[in-house]
Design a protein around this ligand. Structure first.
Ligand SMILES: *Cc1c(COP(=O)(O)O)cnc(C)c1O
Length: 464
C-alpha cells in the first residue's frame, strides 16, 4: 500500500504537465490547484479503501482527467438553448428570440462607441430613448414614448411619477400576479401610490370607479389580465368608459397591457390580444407593455402616451435607475423597423412570427423524420410523432393553445429525469417538456435548423 501511495504524483508535478499548463490562459490558477487537490484526495481515498492494490494512472492521464473536469465545470452558466417546450415566450429561456437584423444591430453598436445620448444633428445632449420614440409613435399613434428595463419597471415608474402619495383606483378582478415576483399590490406599494380596489373579482362596473374618485385620486388603472381569464358572469368597464370618466373628473387613465401587440395577430389565432394602438386611440394617458413578449424584441418595458405624462416620467429620478443600455435600444430599433414594414416581411424576419406561422404539415413532417432517426438510439425505447398543443406563455393568452407536433420519447436504460438532465447538459441545452412518463420535444418552438441538433443529441451519444 505504501508503495502505491508513493506512486501518486504531487500537486506541483501535475501542475507542470502540458494539459494543465495549457489551462492557465483560460482558467484562474486557484481553480486549477483546487481541481488537482480534489482529484488527488479522491485518488488517495480510493487507494485506502481498495481491497486489492490498484494501479495509479500516469501523471499525463491524471492531468487530462482534471483538465476535462475543470473545463466542464467552467462552462458558462448562461448557455444557448433549444426551446422544445412548445412555450414560445418562455421566461426561463429568455422569451422572444431576436431577429437577425436585431442581432446584427446589437453586435455593431456593442463593438464601439455610439450616439447613446448625443443628438448628432445639434451636437447637444439627447434623451437616450429618442432613438426609438419616433418608431413607437408611428406604430401606436401615440404622441410620445420612452423605454425602461422591463414592464415591471414601467409600472413602478408610471405609478411613482403620476400617483405617488395618491390613490390609484383599480378593479379587484385585475390585481394580477405575473411570474411569482410581480404582484400588482406589492408593486403599487413600492411606487408609493395607494391602491384603491373597487368592484369584485368577477364584476366591476364603471359606477364603482366613479364612486371611488375623490380629490385624493391620482389615476385610474386598467391591467390586462394576461395570464388568466375570469369567465362566466363577468363585467369590466371598457377603456373608453374609463377614459370618459377620467376626462370628466380630470384623472389620467393608465393602461398596463403587459403582453400587448404592435401589429394585429388575429391571423395567428389571437383575437383577444390588445393592440397598443387601440389603447392609444381610446385615449389612455399612458400605455405600458413588454418589449420581449408579443413585440418579439429584447427585454424592455415600453411606455407610450400623451406628451405631458411621458415628459413627467422621463424626468423622474427612477428613470435613471430603470434606463436601458445601448444594446437594448439597438435591438428594439431593429425589431420596430421590421414591425413597421409589411406583414409578410415581419413574418419572415421576426422569429416569434416565423415560429407562429410555421404550417402544421411542416411540423408534422419534421416530427416524423426526427422520430424515425432517433428511434434506434440506445437511450430510446420508443419515439413517435404526436400532435400537441403549444402556448404563447410569458403571461400572454392563457387559454388559447396553438396546434403543434412533437416527438414523444420513452427512454430506455435511464430514467426520464436522467434523460432530460443529459439533454440540458448539452450545448446548446435542449429543453423539452415531460408529460405522462414521456419526454415531448415540441417543434412549434424549434427552428428547422435545430432539428439536426435534436437528432445528434440521441444518435451522437450512442457510443458515449
Ligand atoms: C408580463 C407582464 C408584466 C411584467 O412585465 P416584465 O416585462 O416581465 O417585467 C406586467 N404586467 C402585465 C399585465 C404583464 O403581462
Amino acid at each position: 500500500m505504501a508503495k502505491v501511495f508513493r506512486n501518486i504524483p504531487s500537486v506541483s508535478e501535475l501542475l507542470e504537465t502540458p494539459a494543465l499548463k495549457h489551462l492557465v490562459d483560460r482558467v484562474h490558477h486557484s481553480t486549477i490547484v483546487t481541481g488537482v487537490r480534489s482529484l488527488l484526495d479522491d485518488l488517495r481515498s480510493e487507494v485506502q479503501n481498495a481491497a486489492a492494490e490498484i494501479s495509479i494512472p500516469s501523471p499525463a492521464e491524471l492531468s487530462e482527467q482534471i483538465a476535462a473536469k475543470i473545463m466542464r465545470n467552467n462552462r458558462p452558466k448562461l448557455r444557448t438553448a433549444l426551446n422544445a417546450t412548445g412555450i414560445l415566450l418562455h421566461t426561463g429561456l429568455g422569451r422572444a428570440p431576436l431577429s437577425e437584423e436585431a442581432v446584427a444591430a446589437v453586435a455593431e453598436i456593442a463593438r464601439g462607441y455610439a450616439s447613446v445620448e448625443l443628438d448628432l444633428g445639434t451636437g447637444q445632449r439627447s434623451h437616450r430613448t429618442d432613438a426609438v420614440a419616433p418608431l413607437l409613435c408611428t406604430l401606436t399613434g401615440a404622441e410620445s414614448a420612452i423605454v425602461v428595463n422591463n414592464n415591471a419597471a414601467a409600472t413602478v415608474l408610471t405609478l411613482a411619477a403620476i400617483a405617488q402619495g395618491r390613490e390609484v383606483v383599480v378593479s379587484r378582478g385585475q390585481l394580477v400576479e405575473i411570474g411569482g415576483s410581480f404582484r400588482l399590490p406589492d408593486v403599487m406599494e413600492q411606487s408609493g401610490a395607494v391602491m384603491r380596489e373597487v368592484g369584485t373579482t368577477n364584476k366591476t362596473r364603471i359606477a364603482d370607479f366613479r364612486d371611488a374618485i375623490t380629490p385624493d385620486t391620482g389615476a385610474l388603472l386598467r391591467v390586462h389580465t394576461s395570464n388568466y381569464r375570469v369567465i362566466g358572469f363577468t363585467e369590466q368597464p371598457t377603456l373608453a368608459e374609463l377614459v370618459a370618466l377620467g376626462k370628466l373628473r380630470n384623472v389620467p387613465v393608465l393602461d398596463d397591457v403587459g403582453s400587448g401587440a404592435l401589429i394585429n395577430l388575429a391571423k395567428y389565432g389571437f383575437q383577444d390580444e390588445p393592440l397598443i394602438a387601440n389603447s392609444i386611440s381610446a385615449g389612455a394617458a399612458v400605455v405600458l407593455f413588454s418589449g420581449d413578449k408579443l413585440v418579439g424584441g429584447p427585454q424592455c418595458g415600453i411606455i407610450v402616451g400623451k406628451k405631458k405624462w411621458i415628459k413627467r416620467l422621463s424626468t423622474h429620478p427612477l428613470m435613471r435607475a430603470f434606463r436601458v443600455d445601448k444594446m437594448t435600444l439597438a435591438a428594439l430599433h431593429a425589431t420596430l423597423t421590421i414591425l413597421a414594414g409589411s406583414a409578410e416581411q415581419a413574418e419572415q424576419r421576426l422569429p416569434l412570427l416565423t415560429l407562429l406561422s410555421t404550417p402544421l404539415d411542416n411540423l408534422k413532417n419534421r416530427a416524423e423524420r426526427i422520430a424515425a432517426q432517433i428511434s434506434s438510439a440506445k437511450q430510446v425505447a420508443n419515439a413517435e410523432a404526436q400532435a400537441s398543443t403549444a402556448y404563447l406563455g410569458g403571461g400572454a393568452v392563457p387559454t388559447e393553445g396553438i396546434d403543434s407536433w412533437c416527438v414523444s420519447i420513452e427512454p430506455a436504460g435511464l430514467s426520464l429525469a436522467q434523460l432530460t438532465r443529459q439533454l440540458r447538459e448539452r450545448t446548446p441545452a435542449i429543453v423539452g417538456r415531460v408529460q405522462q412518463d414521456r419526454l415531448l420535444l415540441d417543434l412549434r418552438t424549434v427552428p428547422p435548423a435545430g432539428d439536426r441538433c435534436l437528432v445528434e443529441a440521441f444518435v451522437g451519444s450512442q457510443d458515449s
